[in-house]
Design a protein around this ligand. Sequence first.
Ligand code: SF4
Ligand code: SF4
Length: 170
Amino acid sequence: MSKTLKMILQNIIKGPSTIKYPFEDSPAPEKLRGKIKHNPEACVACHMCEYVCAGGAIRIQESDDHKGIDFVVWHNTCTYCGLCEHYCPTKAIQLTNDYHTAHLQEDKYNYTERTVVRKQPCTRCGEPIIPFPSYLIEKLYGKDGDQKGLTKMCESCRRKAVWEGGAIKC
Ligand code: SF4
Ligand code: SF4
């Protein structure tokens, strides 16, 4: 059997080496820097990611109903630099390995994703506050958590509670 014929037979047995993308999904390396993902439950709306964003792809502002904070990512302009993920103090923003970001030029201004960081009332005075994420609570208080409920208060009530001895139950 000639070398060429042998190779053809081997390839037929082995099957195709290519993937019929986009008709079937193609796996991406785990560490590939793709589309960013924001977790509003973990976000404290500190604006750090917006500040460091190289592409100006993040906008954070008070929502129209004043009940939360709108977090908008404009995927069209993201450069996948990873600075937002690196500087986020609560790990609320992460780059995924999702590379499916191709879109039509006319859609570039609409290629956004919006999440809302919901406020909750201060347990003392009722003023809306951005809740502490569990990640930060564990960092601050360890596994036992915030026994005195200080993280559920606004800054001013927290100060008062600490002044009074912090013996507040929620
Ligand atoms: S995602 Fe992180 S860095 Fe951005 S506003 Fe939220 S907590 Fe701050
Ligand atoms: S990966 Fe870079 S460009 Fe994209 S949103 Fe984060 S900081 Fe901005």
